[in-house]
Design a protein around this ligand. Structure first.
Ligand SMILES: [Zn+2]
Length: 163
């Protein structure tokens, strides 16, 4: 492929055809010599992977993909297990806490079954909030509240009241 270029009369610099002034020295290109230059287009370099490297590479990529998927699944399962272990007492404790507040307000006197539910609610809430608090402390998080202290107080008052 040939390309038109404007050769500067002053310095000899070859400028693109649309240039009005030399890009090297700034001289006017009005009377510049038009030259035709052969532009060599580079062929794209194509890589060919030969055997046995080809088969080995295909196999290794396949194995690495399987390992990556297994690692990912393993991490997801571990996170889920952790969330369930920590989350379960928290969520059950939360539900039972609401129920406990309700039965203490509405039902009087409390049956021994109610008393068990209230203590389970307090213990699970305490375990849930304390484990999240400890986790946050170890993770160096600054966004945590010692809400478990509230459950220690609730446990103390309930224990005295229901003795
Ligand atoms: Zn020039």
């Amino acid at each position: 492929m040939t390309m038109k270029l404007l050769k500067c009369t002053k310095c000899g610099h070859e400028n693109p055809p649309e240039a009005k002034f030399c890009m090297n020295c700034g001289a006017s290109l009005e009377n510049a010599e038009v030259i035709l230059k052969e532009v060599v287009r580079k062929k794209p370099v194509l890589l060919t992977i030969k055997e046995p490297e080809k088969s080995i590479l295909v196999t290794l990529f396949f194995i690495s993909a399987i390992i990556l998927i297994c690692d990912l699944l393993n991490s997801v399962v571990q996170i889920l297990v952790r969330v369930i272990i920590i989350g379960a007492p928290y969520i059950i404790g939360l539900v039972l806490s609401i129920y406990s507040g309700y039965i203490i307000k509405k039902k009087e006197p409390l049956s021994s079954k109610d008393r068990i539910i209230i203590f389970i609610a307090i213990i699970l809430s305490l375990i849930g909030t304390l484990s999240i608090y400890i986790m946050n402390v170890f993770a160096g998080s600054i966004m945590y509240s010692p809400i478990w202290l509230l459950y220690v107080v609730i446990l103390f008052i309930t224990f005295r009241a229901l003795k």
